[in-house]
Design a binder for this molecule. Structure first.
Ligand code: G1P
Ligand code: ZN
Length: 542
């Protein structure tokens, strides 16, 4: 075994975003690219003598990247790496392992819901000792380190066999290979009433969980089928594959259409759900219903106390700014704080650590709690199951009851993907320049109440984050948010978030796109989306 110091030079464009660094797989596989980024992480955070966790979602290059990272960890003097068997760990499970084993941090190999494969995407994310994504101070330091690289260090050796659980050693560094599911499954059992959920399945309750050929397959199979006794076949597409069955592992009505079609058909199960590539996102469905992520957050906030882990009530809730304000009404009714944060899970970390929020969520199918420091797909599914078991109600009834009690916030997100970045920036610049003049204007029959660019002051560490999306609110409770994605890998993605409040139960059952038609028209009038993007409409509506 030999320690090599390979001369290298800074590489452009390695700025990690809200979810680490995501690039085309071919870029990561390019000469020194992965190595440079890993060395930059080591240089920025200092890993000598530390314990790290390593795992990924199993996408193409996951196995090779894990070997490189282990050899570089050994070269950097890391004392121990805890690796999921087969180099696999879902994002929430990695977060839990970092926390429960007292590790100093961890590397998660994933590009989340982006497709995998040689022509698709790969990603690397660094999480800190609380189990959450690295905050901006650290991602900035990593970015700075990418610009001053002169060499990377790596141990030259054979591949480590990651297929067998146990402990091994590499150049003085300990490697512990663990069952990727076990710790996580044990944590879930502490939060939820497993006997009650088991009884629900024994009573003939039917469910389908679509793992979308991604990492939650093994987790869902173990927990739902093996432990909770759901019949075999409850988990669909449960074997992870490097290209996710040539699919797009994003649990929404577009990419998980077969599951949505199933719940809208005569063969609908009582409950259905899906998760994404790395297991942190979720989609919730019932017979004939799709529950929007914003509504799901609100329902969970309202009924979480029915699960043992939350029986004492919630300390507070938090949502990202573009997420609908449905949860705000629950928080108000319960008399607990509701925090509005910028997009990206890392902004919840301080609120969870500081005991200000128990539950948090984003409109992009992310929901979670203080049990880990990442959003958690399967956790959300289990909390829903616990609530269904406890109430004996259907998903549709739970939703209708919720709207009657708290009012309904119609919601939809329109995405314009891969638009010209320059045009998108110009559109936003024009819009932002107009903001002071907007209040009082009447557009699509609605009067603008306020318009601003969202900025956030973290109540825990005082940090300030500006330019977090542009919001336009109307006097009738309608709200439009415009934002450019921070996670896309080609061109720019414009996201337009549309919301309309409806308190009258008689009007709570319309199609969301119809209910939002005035908001959609107003968004176009205000921002001139067609003119700037050259698009007739969004390519994804969720
Ligand atoms: C998207 C979602 C955001 C989520 C992030 C990582 O980011 O909108 O809520 O935290 O993915 O999963 P965006 O592409 O909008 O920057
Ligand atoms: Zn994800």
């Amino acid at each position: 075994m030999e320690l090599l110091a390979i001369p290298t030079k800074p590489i452009e464009g390695q700025k990690p975003g809200t979810s680490g660094l995501r690039k085309k797989t071919s870029v990561f596989m390019g000469l020194h690219y992965l190595e440079n980024f890993i060395q930059a992480i080591w240089n920025a955070v200092g890993v000598q003598g530390k314990t790290l966790v390593l795992g990924g979602d199993g996408r193409y290059f996951n196995d090779r990247a894990a070997q490189v990272i282990l050899r570089m960890a050994a070269a950097a003097g890391v004392s121990k790496v805890i690796v999921g068997q087969g180099a696999l760990l879902s994002t929430p499970a990695a977060s839990h392992v970092i926390r429960s084993r007292g590790a100093n941090g961890g590397i998660i190999m994933s590009a989340s819901h982006n497709p995998g494969g040689p022509d698709a995407d790969f990603g690397v994310k660094y999480n800190i000792s609380n189990g959450g994504p690295a905050p901006e101070g650290i991602t900035d330091a990593i970015f700075a380190a990418t610009k001053s690289l002169t060499e990377y260090q790596i141990v030259e050796t054979q591949d480590i066999d990651l297929s067998v659980i146990g402990t091994t050693e590499l150049s003085g560094m300990q490697i512990e290979i663990i069952d990727p599911v076990e710790d996580y499954a044990a944590l879930m059992e502490t939060l939820f009433d497993f006997p009650k959920i088991r009884a629900l399945f024994e009573g003939g309750f039917t469910m389908r969980f679509d793992a979308m050929h991604a990492i939650t397959g093994p987790y869902a199979t173990r927990i739902l089928e093996d432990v909770l006794g759901a019949p075999e076949g409850t988990v669909l597409n449960g074997i992870p594959s490097p290209d996710f069955g040539n699919g797009h592992p994003d649990p929404n009505p577009i990419w998980a259409k077969p599951l949505v079609d199933l719940v809208m058909s005569d063969a609908a199960p009582d409950f259905a759900a899906a998760s994404d590539g790395d297991g942190d996102r979720n989609m919730i469905l019932g017979k004939g219903v799709y529950v929007t992520p914003s509504d799901s957050l609100a329902v969970l906030a309202s009924l979480a106390h029915l699960a043992p882990g939350y029986a004492g009530g919630l300390k507070g809730v938090a949502r990202s700014m573009p997420t609908s304000r449905a949860v705000d009404y629950v928080a108000a009714a319960k008399g607990i704080d509701c925090y509005e944060t910028p997009t990206g899970w890392k902004f919840f970390g301080n609120l969870l650590d500081d005991g200000r929020a128990t539950l948090c969520g984003e409109e992009s199918a992310g929901t979670g709690s203080d049990h880990v420091r990442e959003k958690d797909g399967l956790w959300a599914v289990l909390l829903w199951l616990n609530i269904l078991a406890e109430t004996g109600k259907s998903v549709a009834n739970i939703l209708t009851d919720h709207w009657q009690t708290y009012g309904r916030n119609y919601y939809s997100r329109h995405d314009y993907e891969d638009v010209d970045a320059d045009a998108a920036n110009k559109m936003m610049a024009r819009l932002n320049a107009m903001l002071p003049d907007l209040p009082g204007e009447v557009i699509a029959g609605m009067t603008i109440e306020s318009a601003d660019e969202f900025a956030y002051d973290d109540p825990v560490d005082g940090s300030h984050s500006a330019h977090q999306g542009t919001r336009v609110s109307f006097t009738d409770g309608t709200r439009i948010v415009f934002r450019l994605s921070g996670t896309g890998t080609v061109g720019a993605t414009l996201r337009v978030y549309l919301e309309k409040r409806e308190e009258d139960p008689a009007k709570q059952h319309n199609d969301p796109q119809d209910a939002l038609s005035a908001a959609i028209e107003a968004a176009e009038t205000i921002a001139k989306i067609k003119e700037y993007t050259g698009r007739d409409g969004p390519n994804v509506r969720t």
